[in-house]
Each structure stands twice: as structure tokens, then as C-alpha cells.
Design a binder for this molecule. Structure first.
Ligand code: SOE
Length: 390
């Protein structure tokens, strides 16, 4: 009989739904050493949380997240709340001996992220694991890109070109949801989607950003108040309020291995819905990925004769591609939701193996430092800003 790990999840909006679907299906597709059990979901409203539990497949509903920490049948706490509560919940959960999976960005400030990373280090010494949910690492094509870099197929990396483009707040009448409020979200496009491309770039290249020069902009400075605190699709309420985060963030940066990077995160790229794109150029070849065609990785091998130069499409659905073998026959493709299933799988396997999963809270803290450096550089007029000093 396999051991069972009871999950307690906090928050049931967009991310709560993606995580619920992952916990529901991970054991059906992967051979896991631990069986996940969806014990309880926590939220503030008794009625809405009970409805979410029923719909998403959770056995119990709690109206206070602290109850999850008291439950003996919960071993893993999964944090799917806005950033302003991550630090408090994660630190308390780790102290209570619960493994913690926390949505990104890790926190709203470097100070919070530092406290979380310190709590995670102390917990790891007791065998308690933690991971930050940068799910795009678990796109098979992104994991394959990293494998190509590790195998030396790109040679020495010179350029990283990363973009995360969305357009869901172009309408100036789109309401002031929590993602547009600094006290709830920490920052705007920068922390929400810029954090993903920072992590993806560092993951694929194995290099860390050491300094940045940035500019940010808030195009729409005031919006109708949101009717509820709901995420991407809340209706408008009465009155208007100021947007306190960036709508777009652009920066250039230097990597520890000598590569140069350019990054763009925006919610104003009309026509681009979830275009997380990255291109990496090395001395021996290049890679290109776009999440809107997430089953493809484009690869240019510079060693072949110049008559054949150009990017070749690799359809990342073969059994020996990362994660792909657990799913459908070649060519049948995966979607956004599978990245969260892979995240759940990797987390459960690390817990069973007694190893620290990645990306760790330490990795989340590093990204947080980059976000802070970007904000500082933008505030100071695009000055080159060291990541370490932020
Ligand atoms: C909204 O911009 C959002 O849902 C992000 O919060 C997620 O992290 C990203 O995966 C999709 O877009």
C-alpha cells in the first residue's frame, strides 16, 4: 500500500482550479510513490467554499486556512491565494510540519521572500519540503529546451530574448481586480508574468540574472472598482480607483554566464493572449518557444551546412520527451493544465524521495530580487541595477 498525502488547498479561483485539476488527475497518469488525497479547500465564504469543494473535488471545506494546519489528515498545504498572504500562510504551514506548494511570485516583497526562504531552509532540515509554482518549467518543450542546453547543443549562450504578452486589460473599463492593486499583488505585469519569463530564462540557460536596466509603464491609471475580488473576469462595481501597479515592464539584463537578455512583460499586447516566448542563441545553435504553440520547440543547429540553416520544428510529444510519455500517443498534444499536473507529480516525487524540489523558495527569492531590481532601475530612470543589492 502506498502512503497517502492529504492536500489542503487555500483559494479556489483560477489557480485553485488549475491546481485542483492537477491533484485530481496526477495519480491517474503517473506512477507515483505517494497517493494524493484532496482533503480540504479553504476560502473565506462558507457558501462559496462549499460549492468550490463540491465542484473541484475536495472532501471538506474550511473557512479558515489555519484549520488546514491543525488537521492530521493534511500533509501538504497548497497556496493559491493572492501574494499578500503567501508569506504568512507558508511560514505557518512549514512551522506546522506541512510541505508547502506556493503560487508565484513567491511573495510581494524581497523581505517576505527572505523570511519564506529562511523558513523553508529550517523546515528542510526537518524533512519538510517546499516549492514555488513556476509551472512553465513543466511544459515538455521548455524542459526539452533545458535538456538541449545541458547537452551542449547550443554551445556558449550569448542571447536570451524573452517576452510574456497578454491583452486582458486593454479595455480601460476593465475593473480594478486584485492583480492591479499593489498591496495585494506586489506588482503588475512584472510580478505576475514577468516573474515567469525570468524563471523560464534562468531555468533553460542555467544562468542567473546579475543586473538589469528597466522601464515600466501604467497606461490606464484609473479603473472602475471591481464588484468582487475575483481574478481575471470580475465584473465592474460602483466608483473608480487608481491602478497602483505597472501595466508593462521592459528590461535588459546580464546573465552570470555572460549572456545578454531582453525581457518584456505586458498585458497590453493586443491579440496576444498568453504568448510566453523565449529565444536563446548560442554559438552552436538556437532555440525558440512560444506558449501559444506549446507542443513545439524550434531548434536551429548551426553545425549543419549553411545550405540547410534555419529553425526546425520539434513536435514535443514523443515518449522520450519530458513528461510526454505519460500522456497520449505522439502528436496528440498537451495543454496549459498539464503543466500543473507535472508540477504536482514532481512535488510528490521529491517528498517521497526526501529531496528538495525545484524551483525552491530560494529560487523564488532570487526571482523576487530580480523583480525588485527591475522596479528600482525603472524608478531611478533605467539605471543599471545589481540584482544582489536589491
Ligand atoms: C494572469 O496574467 C495569469 O493568470 C497569471 O497569473 C498566470 O501565472 C499565468 O500563467 C497566466 O496568466
Amino acid at each position: 500500500m502506498r502512503p497517502v498525502a492529504g492536500i489542503g488547498m487555500i483559494g479556489y479561483a483560477f489557480m485553485g482550479r488549475t491546481h485542483s485539476q492537477a491533484w485530481r488527475s496526477v495519480d491517474a497518469f503517473f506512477d507515483l510513490p505517494i497517493k494524493p488525497a484532496m482533503v480540504a479547500v479553504a476560502g473565506r465564504s462558507a457558501e462559496a467554499t462549499a460549492q468550490a469543494a463540491e465542484k473541484l473535488g475536495w472532501a471538506h471545506a474550511e473557512t479558515d486556512w489555519k484549520r488546514l494546519l491543525e488537521r492530521d489528515d493534511v500533509q501538504i498545504v497548497d497556496i493559491c491565494t493572492p501574494g499578500d498572504s503567501h508569506a504568512e500562510i507558508a511560514i505557518a504551514a512549514l512551522a506546522a510540519g506541512k510541505h508547502v506548494l506556493c503560487e508565484k511570485p513567491l511573495a510581494n516583497t524581497v523581505a517576505e521572500a527572505e523570511a519564506m526562504a529562511a523558513a523553508a531552509r529550517e523546515a528542510a532540515a526537518r524533512g519538510v519540503r517546499s516549492m514555488v509554482a513556476f509551472n512553465y518549467r513543466r511544459v515538455p518543450a521548455v524542459a526539452l529546451a533545458r535538456r538541449f542546453v545541458e547537452e551542449g547543443r547550443l554551445g556558449e549562450i550569448r542571447h536570451v530574448r524573452a517576452q510574456y504578452l497578454q491583452d486582458w486589460i486593454v479595455d480601460p473599463e476593465f475593473p480594478l481586480v486584485w492583480r492591479l492593486q499593489k498591496d495585494k499583488a506586489g506588482s503588475g505585469a512584472l510580478g505576475d508574468i514577468g516573474a515567469h519569463i525570468i524563471d523560464t530564462a534562468e531555468f533553460i540557460t542555467g544562468q542567473l540574472l546579475t543586473g538589469v536596466s528597466a522601464m515600466t509603464e501604467t497606461f490606464v491609471k484609473e479603473r472602475p472598482l471591481a464588484a468582487s475580488s475575483a481574478g481575471l473576469s470580475a465584473g465592474g462595481g460602483a466608483g473608480r480607483g487608481p491602478v497602483t501597479v505597472d501595466d508593462a515592464a521592459l528590461f535588459i539584463g546580464r546573465f552570470s554566464g555572460g549572456a545578454l537578455g531582453s525581457f518584456e512583460a505586458t498585458r497590453f499586447a493586443t491579440g496576444r493572449k498568453n504568448a510566453l516566448r523565449i529565444e536563446v542563441n548560442g554559438s552552436a545553435g538556437s532555440l525558440a518557444f512560444d506558449f501559444e504553440s506549446m507542443n513545439e520547440l524550434w531548434f536551429h543547429d548551426h553545425a549543419i551546412g549553411s545550405a540547410e540553416h534555419g529553425f526546425r520544428r520539434v513536435l514535443v510529444t514523443e515518449p522520450d520527451h519530458p513528461y510526454a510519455g505519460a500522456w497520449w500517443p505522439p502528436g496528440h498534444g498537451l495543454g496549459y493544465e498539464h503543466t500543473f499536473v507535472h508540477e504536482a507529480k514532481d512535488f510528490l516525487e521529491a517528498i517521497a524521495a526526501g529531496t528538495d524540489p525545484t524551483p525552491s523558495f530560494e529560487d523564488g527569492l532570487r526571482v523576487q530580487r530580480v523583480l525588485a531590481a527591475v522596479e528600482q532601475s525603472a524608478a531611478e530612470g533605467s539605471r543599471f541595477t545589481s540584482v544582489e543589492d536589491s
